[in-house]
Design a protein around this ligand. Sequence first.
Ligand code: AKG
Length: 274
Amino acid sequence: MLKHTALSPELGLAIEGLDVSQALPDELIAELRRLLHTHGLLLFRHQHLDDGQQARLARYFGRFSRQGPVQKTSSDITYVSNTRTDGTFGKGELLFHSDQCYYPYPMKAIMLYGVEVAQRGGHTLFTHTGRVLDRLRPATVDLLKSSQVRHQFHYGDVDYGQGVDAKVEKITVSHVHPAIVQHPWSDQRIVMISQATAADIVGLAQERSRAVIDEVNQALSDPAYVYEHHWAEGDLVIWDNLLLQHARPDFDPSERRTLRRCALAHELEPTAAP
Ligand SMILES: O=C(O)CCC(=O)C(=O)O
């Protein structure tokens, strides 16, 4: 029986007393997948993982993604880092988003491991894209049920860090998804609108579209419902990239920070919730 404690009323579980550097038996993997699907995020503290051990753990939850110019230029293991020459997204603010929802198939899950963590700041924020629906005005939910959202991302406009930027294609990627989708493997309905990527609601006048997007983003980023992860070295965090959005407030760039990252691919395109 796995011991765990809730990280917040909305989302996340800390799994206690498990060394995830070891190969895990099938029943335990099945239980961890079930907990990830239910709670959106799993945290394993005090781990000691090399690249290969982290990759093995990631594979228990899915297959690696090489989608997108950044991933294409790197290996299955990448680094969110302001100290490594191959580090990406190492500094500055990241607004709430699910990774790659400007593609037909956004990422399934993201895994980060704390190699070197900031002494002050550098936290990662998480918010639940299903539970937010209970907090939106019913009229807004009704509108969203029949709406499509255009997600857009400008790869050329982002500072990728020291090593990767020159190799990243300068492209704009865009895809339209239903505003409320059926989560691919649970019975949850989730909202697909985010601060970082939602460009407009298809067919709505620009002002109205902006107002609805802002209303959803405000509800998603309400600190009362956000789990803020304060990193310690040896933290291993995996989260469901659709059930949760993540963000990072700006932090002092002189703080050294390196998180080892694995990105897992979605097999299913999100479909409109019935
Ligand atoms: O640096 C962070 O806290 C988050 C990084 C991130 O957005 C990602 O790995 O997708």
